[in-house]
Design a protein around this ligand. Structure first.
Ligand code: NAI
Ligand SMILES: N[C@@H](CC=O)C(=O)O
Ligand code: NA
Length: 431
C-alpha cells in the first residue's frame, strides 16, 4: 500500500455530492484497499457552509473557497451543476494536471471538447459515468468495451425525472405537476427541472453518448429536442387504449454519412422491454455491428445511485495515479456531422379534434394519402355536442413516414375548417 494519501476535493454537497461525501468517508478503508493508497477528503466547496445537508460531515470540511480547495487536491469531484463556475473550476483542475470526475451533463454536452483538450494537454483524466443514466455503466462500455466495434444505434430512456412523471401518469393517473414535485423531493430532478421536462437533460446525455458511440464531436445544439410538457392526460389515456405507453426516448442513430440525434416523447408498445422501465429507472439499448444488441438497465437518477457511478470513476482514476501514467484521451476521428430531421422515418400517432360531419374523415385520410403518409389504424370517439354540432376526437396511427412528409401533411390538415385542433403528434417506436 502506498502511504501517500490521494487528496480529494468535492465541489457541491447536494443530492449527489452529499452521498459521495458519505461514501468517501464511510468506505475509506475499503476504497484504500481497492486503490492501493489511502483516500483523504480534504474539503467540500459549497455556497453556504451553514446549510443543512442530506449527510452531515465535520463542519470544518466545508469551504466557500473552491479555487484554494482545487489547488490543494489531487483529484476534483464536481457535483455543483450548471455551466459556470463549474467550467472554469474544472479547467483550473485539469490545467493543473488534476484528474476530474463530474456528473455535469449540461456542461459536458456544451464544452466537453474544450475540457477533454485541457485534460489531454496535462495527461489528466476527465471521467463522467454519472452524467448519463445515473448508476448505469454506459459511458465506460461505449468508451472502452465497445471501442473495437462499430456502433450503429443507441436508443433509450435517459432521464429519470420524466420517466417517473410519465410512469406515474400512466400507472396511477397522477397529475403532471404532482409527479414532478415528487420527483424533485426524491432528488431525481435537476436544480431547474425545466431541463428535465423540456428534454434538455436527455438531449445533453444524447449528445455525450453520440460523441462516444460514433467517435465524433456532438454538442446539445446537434440534438432535435421535444420534451414532455405537451403530453396531456388525454394522450396517456389514448396510449393506453391503443396498447402503448409514452416514454421520453433519446435516439442516436447512424443516418447515411451522419448521425441523427433526437429526444422526443414516443409511444412504445406495452410488450416492448422499454415499456416496463418504471419509476426513475433508465434503459439504454446499443446496437453494434459485431456485438449485436445490448441492453443496459438500472437506476438513472437519485443521490446514492449516482454517487456509485462517481465513486467508480474516482477509484479508476486513483488506481491509475498509484500505478502512474496519463489519462486515456477520447477519440473523435470519425468527425461525423449531425443530420437534419426531415428524412427521419418513424410511425406517428396523431390526435385531432374535428367537427363530426359527413366527409370530414374521408377528407383527412385523403390528405394523409396525398402526402405519402399511410394510415395503419384510425379511431373516432364522440367528444361533445348534439347531432347537429357534434365534435369528435380522432386518433390516427400511421405506417412509417418521413418527418418532412408528416409535417407537410399536418400543416394541410390544420388548415381545414372542420379540424378544431391537432391535439398531439407523437412518434411510435418499437414495432
Ligand atoms: N440528482 C441526480 O439524480 C443526478 C444528478 N446529476 C448531476 O450531478 C450534479 C449535482 O446534482 P444534484 O446533487 O442533484 O444537484 P443539487 O442541486 O442537489 O446539488 C448541487 C449543489 O451544488 C451547490 N452549488 C451550486 N453552485 C455552486 C457553486 N458555485 N459553488 C459551490 N456550490 C455550488 C448547490 O448549492 C447544491 O448544494 C448536476 O450536474 C446534475 O446534473 C447527474 C446524475 C444524476
Ligand atoms: N435529472 C436527471 C438526473 C440524472 O441524470 C434525471 O432525472 O435523469
Ligand atoms: Na452512468
Amino acid at each position: 500500500m502506498n502511504n501517500q494519501a490521494i487528496k480529494v476535493a468535492l465541489l457541491g454537497a447536494g443530492n449527489v455530492g452529499s452521498q459521495v461525501a458519505r461514501m468517501l468517508l464511510q468506505d475509506a478503508e475499503t476504497l484504500a484497499q481497492r486503490i492501493g493508497a489511502p483516500v483523504e477528503l480534504i474539503g467540500i466547496a459549497v455556497r453556504d457552509t451553514s446549510a443543512k445537508r442530506h449527510f452531515e460531515v465535520d463542519a470544518s470540511l466545508y469551504t466557500t473557497d473552491a479555487d484554494a480547495l482545487i489547488d490543494a487536491a489531487d483529484v476534483v469531484i464536481e457535483l455543483t451543476g450548471g455551466i459556470e463556475p463549474a467550467r472554469t473550476r474544472i479547467l483550473r483542475a485539469l490545467t493543473g494536471g488534476k484528474s476530474v470526475v463530474s456528473g455535469n451533463k449540461a456542461l459536458l454536452a456544451k464544452h466537453g471538447m474544450e475540457l477533454q483538450a485541457a485534460a489531454k494537454k496535462t495527461g489528466a483524466q476527465l471521467s463522467y459515468e454519472a452524467a448519463v443514466a445515473g448508476a448505469i455503466p454506459i459511458i465506460r462500455p461505449l468508451r472502452d468495451s465497445l471501442a473495437g466495434d462499430n456502433v450503429t444505434r443507441v436508443l433509450g430512456i435517459m432521464n429519470g425525472t420524466t420517466n417517473y412523471i410519465l410512469d406515474q401518469m400512466d400507472t396511477t393517473g397522477a397529475q403532471f405537476e404532482d409527479a414532478l414535485a415528487e420527483a424533485q423531493r426524491l432528488g431525481y430532478a435537476e436544480a431547474d427541472p425545466t431541463a428535465d421536462v423540456e428534454g434538455h437533460d436527455a438531449a445533453s446525455k444524447a449528445a455525450i453518448v453520440a460523441s462516444l458511440a460514433f467517435h465524433s464531436e456532438f454538442t446539445i445544439d446537434d440534438v432535435h429536442i421535444e420534451g414532455i410538457t405537451s403530453v396531456t392526460a388525454d394522450d396517456v389515456e389514448a396510449a393506453v387504449a391503443d396498447g402503448f405507453v409514452i416514454k421520453l426516448l433519446a435516439v442516436c442513430e447512424r443516418d447515411g454519412d451522419g448521425v441523427n440525434i433526437r429526444v422526443n416523447p414516443t409511444l412504445v408498445p406495452r410488450k416492448h422491454p422499454l415499456a416496463s422501465v418504471h419509476d426513475a429507472f433508465n434503459a439504454v439499448f446499443v446496437q453494434a455491428d459485431n456485438a449485436g444488441e445490448l441492453m443496459f438497465y438500472g437506476p438513472g437518477a437519485g443521490g446514492a445511485p449516482t454517487a456509485s457511478a462517481v465513486l467508480g470513476d474516482f477509484v479508476s482514476i486513483a488506481r491509475r495515479m498509484v500505478l502512474g501514467g496519463p489519462g486515456i484521451p477520447e477519440s473523435s476521428h470519425a468527425s461525423l456531422q449531425a443530420t437534419a430531421m426531415k428524412d427521419v422515418v418513424s410511425r406517428y400517432s396523431v390526435g385531432l379534434e374535428v367537427e363530426d360531419k359527413i366527409g370530414v374523415l374521408a377528407n383527412i385520410t385523403r390528405i394523409f394519402a396525398e402526402h405519402s403518409v399511410s394510415i395503419q389504424t384510425i379511431r373516432q370517439n364522440h367528444l361533445s355536442g348534439d347531432e347537429e354540432n357534434s365534435i369528435s376526437s380522432i386518433r390516427i396511427v400511421t405506417h412509417r413516414a418521413t418527418d418532412a412528409d408528416l409535417t407537410k401533411c399536418m400543416a394541410v390538415v390544420d388548415a381545414l375548417d372542420t379540424v378544431r385542433e391537432i391535439t398531439s403528434v407523437i412518434r411510435v417506436e418499437g414495432e
